[in-house]
Structures are given as C-alpha cells and as structure tokens.
Design a protein around this ligand. Structure first.
Ligand code: DGL
Length: 272
C-alpha cells in the first residue's frame, strides 16, 4: 500500500493524481486535521508528528510514503529517510525549477508556509535552479484554514489572495509556484486573479509520477482508506466538495505522541 499524509486536506491535491499514475495500487491517506496548520509550528514539532504518522502508516502495511505536505517535507524528509532507509519516500519541494525555466520576465513568485521557507530544501532549490531569477516569497497566514473550511472561492478568500498576489503581479511575475499542497484547491481563483500571463504551477502531477517510479509493491484492486485525526464529517464534506472518491474514514486520536485508532462508540457512550 502507498501511504500519503498531510496536516489536513491539502494532500488530497496530490492524492487526486495517484490513481492515474499508479493504477491498482491501494492507497492510505492520513489527514492530521486535529493539528492543522503545521506551517506556523516549530520544525521539531512537525518532525515529531511526521515520524509518528509514518510509523502508523507503516504499521498499516504501507511500503512507500508520499509526504504530501511541503511543511512536513521541509521539517522531516531527511530524518524520515534516515530512520527508514528501506522505505521509499517521496516529498514535496517547491517547484522553483519549472518556474525558473518558464519565466521570461525573470521574476517568479512562491506561496508557501513560514516553515517551508525556513527549510534547507527551499534554500537548496533556489540555489540550484533559480540563481539568475528573482524569487519573491510570500507566506499566506490564514489560507490553509480557509481551504480546510471549504472556502475555496469566496470573497474573503479572494481578498486574502489579492493582498498577497497583486504586489507580485506589480513586480512582474510570470510564474507562481504553489509551495503548499493546500493551495492547488484555489487554482481557479488564483488564475482569475493572475490572468493568462502567469503560469500557476502545481507540482502534484510530477510528484505522482515520482511516486510511480519508486513503487515496488504489487498492484491489485485499487483500494482507498482515509484516516483522520479531527472531525470525520468535515473531512468527508471537503472530500466530496473536491470530487475525490468516497471510502472508509477511520478516526484516530493522538495519545502520548502516537496515533491510536479511535474507539468507535466512545463519543456516544461518553455523552450518556
Ligand atoms: N499542506 C501543507 C503544506 O504543504 C501544510 C499547511 C499547513 O498545515 O500549514 O505545507
């Protein structure tokens, strides 16, 4: 099975490309919606979450892991690979390279979380691929929360995006990199704001192809299971809103830094 995780629903923007890239590969998706957003948290905390989630997914039978979260990739990819040298990991890195290759204006924009900009991974892609390009960085406080709430094309989300993107447009960007897996869900809105002269870059299809290249397990009936640490109904509402397939959703709780299956009727019996 291929395990995929994110702080919340963002990784679904990667998951939606996986069935085509890996037909017949069973998928496990874990959304840590009890702790979203990861972006403003200390790196060490995000690293600890990422290790616990990986442990859980491996225990469920995952044999490859897609870290479908730029923040978790920035915080933990290196240490995950060191901890599990036999497990293939695919991480997210901001798609600065295609942006640098595309630009004619010499100015590109990147939207990402503070943790992603702080990580070595971002510095290294800029250093390797965008030395001659002006890279404008912009964090988007509150955007992950808007997306988690399904507010994908609302006036308040548009106002937030305009506040961040219009100064970049004024500076001449012709490519905009989405450096957080939540952001592809506002691509229609971003494309409206940016107009046809700016290429909005979602790295998810390339990440799905990389996951397929590394896949060594068998293929069988396609299968999908969701695990959620927050509210199951909210997750399912978002899943339906963005057109992902319905599947079983299991609730998980964080207990002493590890993930445990939620006792099925705990809530109901506690109410009495
Ligand atoms: N989807 C995430 C990312 O790619 C995390 C956003 C967050 O939880 O702050 O960075």
């Amino acid at each position: 099975m291929l395990g995929v995780f994110d702080s919340g629903v963002g990784g679904l923007s990667v998951l939606r490309h996986l069935p085509e890239a890996l037909p017949g590969v069973p998928l496990l998706y874990l959304a840590d919606t009890a702790q979203v957003p990861y972006g403003p948290r200390p790196m060490a905390e995000v690293r600890a979450f990422s290790h616990a989630i990986t442990r859980f997914l491996l225990d469920q039978g995952a044999t490859e892991i897609v870290v479908a979260c730029n923040t978790a990739s920035a915080a933990a990819l290196k240490s995950l690979r060191a901890a599990y040298p036999d497990v293939p990991f695919v991480g997210m890195e901001p798609a600065v390279r295609p942006a640098a290759e595309h630009t004619h204006s010499g100015v590109v924009g990147v939207l990402a979380t503070p943790a992603t900009f702080q990580g070595e991974l971002f510095a290294s892609v800029v250093e390797r691929f965008a030395r001659d390009v002006r890279v404008m960085r912009q964090t988007c406080p509150g955007l992950v929360e808007q997306i988690e709430a399904g507010r994908l094309d609302t006036p308040d989300t548009e106002a937030l995006l305009r506040g961040w993107v219009e100064p970049m447009l004024a500076a001449g960007i012709d490519a905009l990199v989405l450096g957080c897996t939540h952001y592809p869900f506002v691509i229609p809105l971003l494309e409206r704001i940016c107009g046809p002269g700016v290429r909005v870059i979602d790295p998810a299809p390339a990440v799905a192809r990389q996951a397929a290249r590394l896949w060594q397990g068998p293929t069988r009936d396609p299968d999908l299971h969701y695990f959620v640490t927050g509210d199951l109904g909210d997750f399912d509402t978002f899943r339906a809103q963005v057109g992902l397939p319905a599947a079983t959703i299991a609730g998980l709780n964080w207990e002493d830094g590890a993930l445990k299956a939620r006792p099925r009727f705990a809530k109901i019996s506690q109410l009495g």
